[in-house]
Design a protein around this ligand. Structure first.
Ligand code: AMP
Ligand code: MG
Length: 317
């Protein structure tokens, strides 16, 4: 039996070319980004996109984010606008995804956005995926490289643990710099945050100098925003100080108690450090088979909002 980690490859010249060829053939590969690892395929190729949904067991109503090398490439598939140009200039490449109107002549597979007239686009800030994007002449659709509802991967090993030997290529880019998925903003009308993520919504709001609310629409504009997600497979309890018997505790901030079932997101109360460690700590706890997870209160600002959003989704167990 092949070791589950044997398909993790160093990003050498040779392996980057292997990755390029695999994508051109319509195969799915694992790639690092600064947010989380992605399950990547040619966004113009419907057969390739079908494979992503199948491998991930992702429902088709939950559309995929498309990754581009630059703004010019995005503008081939999506209708640009003033806010988009402004935000791209400031925050991209980076952990922000823009929902835009899809151009009629766009070659994006309809399956990518479940036949919506919009597409979600992003320029990742990671040299490995950008290197690949520079070698190919199509954009890459890439949801997080985990089974639907499960924990997002922040190392190449996590990706291998999710899919065993079902992926022939997982490029190793080390630990993800941000550790949380991108922030999704709808720019088809008045800017609206659809999902909190790696770029704090306050930062975006301040920069655009407009107030926008994160509305809970009756009609869900961004599918895939409700129900269980990011789950370690055991119950999670929020705003707790102590664990349950046979359970683990996730802490945030200075704490002297060091027990083997205690895991600290950040001793220094640094929310960026907490974001970076978040999915890894949940996965360690899952692998150690604790029966439940209690979590300290996480301040609900900056990246804390994105962490809390994921904890709330994960606690719907
Ligand atoms: P993930 O692939 O897990 O990072 O999730 C992608 C997120 O982007 C989900 O919340 C999707 O619902 C959202 N998304 C992708 N495409 C669109 C779109 N065309 N309109 C609105 N939301 C989208
Ligand atoms: Mg995901």
């Amino acid at each position: 039996m092949k070791n589950i980690y044997s398909n993790i490859l160093k990003p050498t010249k040779k392996n980057l070319i292997r990755a390029k060829i695999a994508l051109e053939k319509g195969n799915v590969i694992g790639v690092p980004t600064e947010t989380v690892y992605g399950l990547a395929a040619n966004a113009y190729n419907t057969a390739a996109i079908k494979k992503i949904y199948k491998i991930k067991k992702r429902p088709q109503y939950n559309p995929l984010i498309v990754h581009y090398k630059n703004i010019e490439a995005i503008e081939k598939d999506a209708e640009s606008n003033k806010n988009f140009k402004k935000l791209v200039k400031k925050f991209s490449p980076g952990p922000i995804t823009y929902v835009l109107k899809k151009k009629k002549k766009s070659k994006i597979s309809p399956l990518v956005s479940n036949n919506l007239k919009t597409i979600a686009v992003r320029i990742p800030n990671n040299k490995i995926i950008i290197n690949i994007l520079n070698k190919i002449n199509f954009p890459i659709a890439a949801p997080s490289a985990n089974k639907s509802k499960s924990l997002s991967p922040t190392t190449a090993k996590h990706v291998a643990q999710e899919f065993n030997n079902n992926l022939n290529i997982i490029l190793n880019g080390g630990k993800c710099k941000i550790g949380l998925e991108s922030t999704v903003i709808d720019l088809t009308g008045k800017p609206k945050i659809l999902r909190e993520g790696g770029l704090p919504s306050e930062t975006i709001m301040k920069y655009l100098k407009i107030k926008f609310s994160i509305k809970k629409n009756k009609k869900i504009k961004s599918p895939g925003l409700v129900g269980l997600h990011y789950s370690p497979g055991v119950p999670i309890y929020l705003n707790r100080l102590k664990p349950f018997p046979k359970g683990a505790l996730i802490m945030f901030g200075k704490n002297k108690s060091r027990k083997k079932n205690f895991f600290n997101l950040s001793n220094q109360s640094n929310i960026n450090e907490a974001a970076k460690k978040f999915f890894n700590i949940l996965r360690i706890i899952k692998n150690k088979k604790y029966k439940s997870i209690c979590v300290n209160k996480i301040p609900n600002k900056s990246l804390g909002k994105a962490i809390n959003n994921r904890l709330i989704r994960a606690s719907q167990y």
